[in-house]
Design a protein around this ligand. Structure first.
Ligand SMILES: O=C(O)CCC(=O)C1=CC=C[C@@H](O)[C@@H]1C(=O)O
Ligand SMILES: [Mg+2]
Length: 337
């Protein structure tokens, strides 16, 4: 994808606020959220066409707050023209949204059909129930590291007993110590791990564990460090790209090129965005799949009570209402003129 496109001054920009309640609260790195909050940016270009983007820092994962990101985008919109060469160090959520606008990333309905690897999270009983309800697919992503290692071992073994062909993508979100990760690997059939994302917070410990137990690693949080430069190791199998946490298209393209060079697979993964953000991620995934082996980790709408952008639930919108129409029903929190 092209970089650094400069656009003429836009006619009008608006920011809308959304809030999507979760079915049950979800804990993100120790922060319990009952709802997802973000803003939708709508920009009308000189031809009168609308472009959209979402800014929704994920508490626990993003360094910036929604208030900070909103203030930054307003500052940018107040000094047109919009371009991706801004001197200010942009927050990742803002950099990504800006590039979506500058590159006219459409709201596509692709995400409704894009096949995502099912994400299983919750207590052991509910994870096993979710897996059975999905008719035992051969590939799943399993959250671990949120309960005792003993319970995770029980869960992993119970899940794998349900399907001989199951390959599990594990995600520990850097929550284990070396000893905890070591205990986990020593007590499961590691051949059933497709790859594991970030067992501990130390990349060198993760490599050490991967070599010891012959498991493959995927990098997720590591890729969100602004200074991180990829150095290949044979135990790396996949890159998890969370565009709204990584930021600019320039940085994302760097990882796509890296994946191509080292034959890594790429997962385009959600950060629990609204349907608008997810639809743009699905579009980008379909573009990048021309270059690298892509899978989607966009299976997060199921955690919301309702995935419709709508301020008042009495407005009779349903999921057949086009997303750009839904935006009009949100509370407008800022407008350029
Ligand atoms: O990658 C997926 O399949 C879905 C998204 C997902 O698992 C995550 C999104 C954001 C924060 C975490 O809870 C989690 C992850 O770490 O990958
Ligand atoms: Mg992860």
């Amino acid at each position: 994808m092209q970089q650094g496109i400069n656009k003429p001054i836009f006619q009008q920009a608006k920011l809308f606020r959304y809030q999507l309640p979760f079915k049950i609260p979800i804990v993100f790195k120790g922060i319990k959220l009952t709802a997802r909050e973000g803003v939708i940016l709508q920009v009308q270009n000189d031809k009168g066409e609308f472009n959209f983007a979402e800014i929704a820092p994920l508490p626990g994962f993003s360094k910036e707050t929604l208030q900070q990101a909103t203030a930054q985008i307003i500052a940018l919109l107040n000094t047109p023209p919009l371009n991706s060469q801004s001197d200010i160090l942009l927050y990742p959520s803002v950099a990504f949204a800006l590039d979506c606008i500058l590159h006219n990333i459409p709201i596509s309905e692709l995400f409704k059909t894009a096949e995502s690897i099912p994400l299983l999270q919750g207590d052991n009983h509910s994870v096993l129930k979710q897996y059975l309800q999905l008719n035992k697919p051969n590939s799943v992503k399993l959250k671990i590291g949120r309960q005792s290692v003993a319970k995770d071992i029980t869960l992993f073994s119970a899940l794998s007993a349900l399907n001989n062909n199951l390959l599990i993508r594990c995600d520990a979100n850097q929550s284990w110590t070396f000893a905890q990760a070591d205990l986990f690997f020593a007590n499961i059939n590691t051949q059933l791990i497709d790859y594991i994302e970030e067992p501990t917070a130390s990349l060198s410990d993760n490599i050490n564990l991967a070599e010891r137990y012959e498991v493959q690693l995927a990098l997720d949080e590591t890729l969100q460090q602004k200074q991180f430069q990829y150095q290949h190791h044979r135990c790396f199998k996949a890159l998890i790209l969370k565009p709204t946490l990584i930021g600019s298209f320039e940085r994302l393209n760097y990882f796509i090129k890296t994946a191509k060079k080292f034959h890594l697979s790429v997962s385009i993964s959600s950060s629990f965005e609204s349907p608008l953000g997810l639809s743009q991620l699905a579009f980008l995934a379909s573009q990048w799949s021309k270059e690298v082996d892509i899978s989607c980790g966009l299976d997060t709408l199921k955690f919301f009570e309702s995935a419709i952008l709508n301020k008042n639930s009495d407005k009779k919108l349903d999921n057949k209402t086009p997303i750009n129409q839904q935006v009009k029903h949100l509370e407008c929190l800022w407008t350029s003129n």
